[in-house]
Design a protein around this ligand. Sequence first.
Ligand SMILES: [Cu+2]
Length: 222
Amino acid sequence: MAFPPPSPSEDPARATVHAKANSEPRRVRKIEHIQVPDEETQARDQRQFDETVNTNGKVVLQWLAGLGIVAAVMMSMFALVKSGERVEAAAPATATLRQTGAAATISEASVAAAKVVDLSVIPESKLGPDGKKHDAFTKTEFAVKVGQPLKLEIDNTDNQPHSITSPVANVSITAMPGTHTYVLVVSKPGKFLWFCQYPCDSDANGWAMKHPGYMSGYITAT
Ligand SMILES: [Cu+2]
């Protein structure tokens, strides 16, 4: 047979607590309010915490994604450089015409710091295999570093323009009569044939225009 649960009035301890609670209801409620956050406050704090974690997490993820993109770009650039080296290594030593990309953009600073090469254009000056003198540039071989400008100070002593033209190297320099400075820049490695696009060496039907060393030559970019 079970004893019935004691009533509050039968339990002295319980009766005391009950009496205290009843006698100091304001104080108890006040303490509870200060020390224990209510459900609304807890929920709000939790939301703020979650939002902070979420935001920070997103920032970290975005940062990691950005890092991944940078790494991918660097790897592809490295791959391009390596593939370029392989192409160059496999290229024959003889003249090779190469396709270049868009015109190279060069900074004023790099132009100002560029090396200067002096040359002249002199009509009927260079002896050909036919025993006659032909129109010619005094220098027809140019060595450049890819993307680095080289200044050409050309004294064109003729009374008409001549040019250093290489469509495959995206080079087109028109040397006007007189002494002027021009910028030669090539954006891709290779050995490129150039020619003068202005009709000249007319005494020999333009022979010089088709022959390297006269009104034609090579630009080597490494
Ligand atoms: Cu010419």
